[in-house]
Design a protein. Structure first.
Length: 188
């Protein structure tokens, strides 16, 4: 049985830009919500609400963990030419993927726990705390030279862009144009 591997670390391994990571996250959350809402609606129609909620939660947990752990990326990251690697440059594997997910999901888990313990009277406080915790987890992406959030640092991973940089594409195109302008070069 042959397995596919990640592209080797190389000159194109540069940190995934914040903009692409955001687009990838939007794609992933949209895909997950379509599946989850469909599952919950079907289960609710069959009077199996608890099953639907459980399946929805399973999708929200398993999609990122399995996608990153097994394939190095989610569908959103694939669409944006992003790959998750260990800091050594290899596949992150399931354990790193679980850690990455758990730390990344901490703001939501904290919000749910706080919301239940504080009650409806303190819903605004719960929401503010959720944003603050999310800021602690994800804000480092904006300032870290490797664009690693707390979830990446905790898991020993980094998100890299596999597409060639635009400047590299422009330089290659310019070199080809110059080469075609030289005498003795066939212009077929």
């Amino acid at each position: 049985m042959t397995t596919t591997s990640s592209p080797d670390p190389g000159e194109n391994d540069r940190p995934g830009p914040v903009s692409l990571r955001l687009v990838a996250a939007i794609i992933d959350y949209t895909l997950q919500m379509v599946v989850v809402v469909g599952l919950v609606a079907l289960a609710d129609a069959a009077d199996l609400r608890d099953l639907g909620n459980g399946l929805g939660l399973a999708v929200l947990v398993l999609y990122p963990v399995v996608s990153v752990g097994r394939f190095d990326r989610t569908l959103g990251k694939r669409a944006c030419n992003l790959v998750v690697r260990s800091t050594a440059g290899g596949r992150p594997g399931v354990v790193r993927s679980i850690i990455r997910f758990a730390v990344g999901a901490a703001p939501l888990a904290a919000s749910i726990a706080l919301g239940r313990s504080l009650g409806d009277d303190h819903r605004a406080l719960s929401d503010v705390l959720q944003v603050m915790i999310a800021g602690v987890v994800y804000a480092p992406i904006l300032f870290d030279p490797q664009r690693r959030g707390l979830h990446d640092a905790a898991a020993g991973t980094r998100v890299v862009c596999t597409a060639p940089p635009v400047a590299g594409i422009a330089a290659e195109l310019a070199a080809r144009i110059r080469a075609s302008d030289q005498p003795g070069v066939d212009e077929r």
